[in-house]
Write a protein that binds this ligand. Structure first.
Ligand code: PMP
Length: 352
């Protein structure tokens, strides 16, 4: 073997959901929002100029808009290229202990990839049989804690009291709560920031703000945490966020009415889809996200996944231990979900 091969960093990358080439699909596999961004965002989009200039390295407009919206100081907000970028930066900044960081066994499958990439020791803690995070599993010495709330891909929401309990037991490390899906009915840990300076909350514009294509994510925490993240960011790339993302992100924040209307629509759709799925013989943990993680009582998930795909209906299937009989179904429009339910009725009838 050539000696230089020893110097290559070898990693097993995260595998994102499939992005079908054809537009003739019902796409319920990557938790995108079925509605367009706010009309204010689309209107501003056509007027963006100065692309020949570098963007503001501080992304000031967006940071200020977010800080005002969340009732924070601007030194409590960090923005990045989607929450994946923000989370990766947070792993690099905060998880530098020899002790293992902790996260659930069933969770966002990027966490172990970042831990491997940055050579951070980690251990996973199993969810209970109902897919709930057991808070007691996060007591004891560790190098940091991270979990999504609601968890992904289960959709299960942890009450604030349990998050407080995990924070109370982890005062010597950074605790990251990944709130990618919090706007679909959950209660954010934002109110805890004033009590816990080791808490970092990460959110995204990709789901509830219909802007996955713009790549906007952000973290909120104490000024000390945000400064540490900025120091790492500026040691890596000064211009992580592009000019349109900064401006369009700020425009989205201004349209609260549209944000409320579209997230409420998705919640409403999710609730009737739960009833339909139950009637069809599916079981699932109750979801507070824009997806449902469902298993059929008799028909294997993989068969349903493949049959749906053959009809251009895309849902997500994970061939992983404990969850390989589940489908993660993103909530689309009412029409899309009716098409899915119609397909399931036909397919399950023929499978009986
Ligand atoms: N966290 C969780 C739990 C997610 O499911 C996702 C979506 N893949 C992300 C973070 C990253 O989303 P984005 O980079 O689009 O903000």
């Amino acid at each position: 073997m050539k000696a230089w091969k020893n110097n290559i960093r070898s990693v097993v990358p995260y595998v994102p959901g499939e992005q079908p080439k054809s537009s003739n699909t019902i796409k319920l596999n990557t938790n995108e929002n079925p509605y367009p961004p706010s009309p204010k965002v689309m209107e501003l989009c056509s007027r963006i100029d100065d692309l020949r200039l570098y963007p503001d390295p501080e992304a000031g407009k967006l940071v200020e808009a977010l800080a005002a919206y969340k009732g924070l100081d601007r030194n409590q907000v960090f923005v990045g290229v989607g929450s994946d970028d923000v989370l990766a930066m947070a792993f690099l900044t905060f998880f530098n202990s020899d002790r293992p960081i902790l996260f659930p066994d069933i969770t966002y499958s990027f966490y172990d990839v970042w831990a491997e990439l940055f050579r951070i020791p980690y251990e996973t803690r199993p969810l209970d049989d109902n897919f709930f995070i057991r808070k007691e599993d996060y007591y004891g010495e560790n190098g940091g804690v991270i979990f999504p709330n609601p968890n992904a891909p289960t959709g299960v929401l942890m009450p604030l009291s349990e998050i407080c309990d995990i924070l109370d037991h982890n005062q010597d490390v950074i605790v990251i709560v990944d709130e990618a899906y919090i706007d679909f009915g959950g209660v954010s840990a934002l109110s805890l920031l004033s009590s816990y300076e080791n808490l970092l909350i990460v959110q995204t514009f990709s789901k509830s703000r219909s802007m996955a294509g713009m790549r906007i994510g952000y973290a909120m925490g104490s000024p000390e945490l945000i400064k540490a993240m900025n120091d790492v960011k500026y040691s890596f790339n000064s211009y992580t966020m592009n000019r349109p993302s900064i401006l369009l992100g700020a425009a989205s924040i201004e349209d609260e009415e549209y944000f409320q209307e579209t997230t409420q629509k998705i919640i409403h759709t999710r609730e009737w889809v739960k009833e339909e799925l139950r009637d069809l013989g599916f079981v699932f943990p109750d979801s507070a996200a824009n997806f449902i993680f469902a298993s059929h009582k008799t028909v294997p998930a993989k068969e349903i996944f493949e049959a749906a795909r053959a009809e251009n209906i895309y849902v997500r299937y994970f061939a992983r231990e404990r969850i390989d009989n589940y489908l993660r179904i993103t909530i689309g429009t009412d029409e899309e979900m009716k098409a899915l339910i119609d397909f399931l009725k036909r397919f399950l009838n023929s499978a009986r």
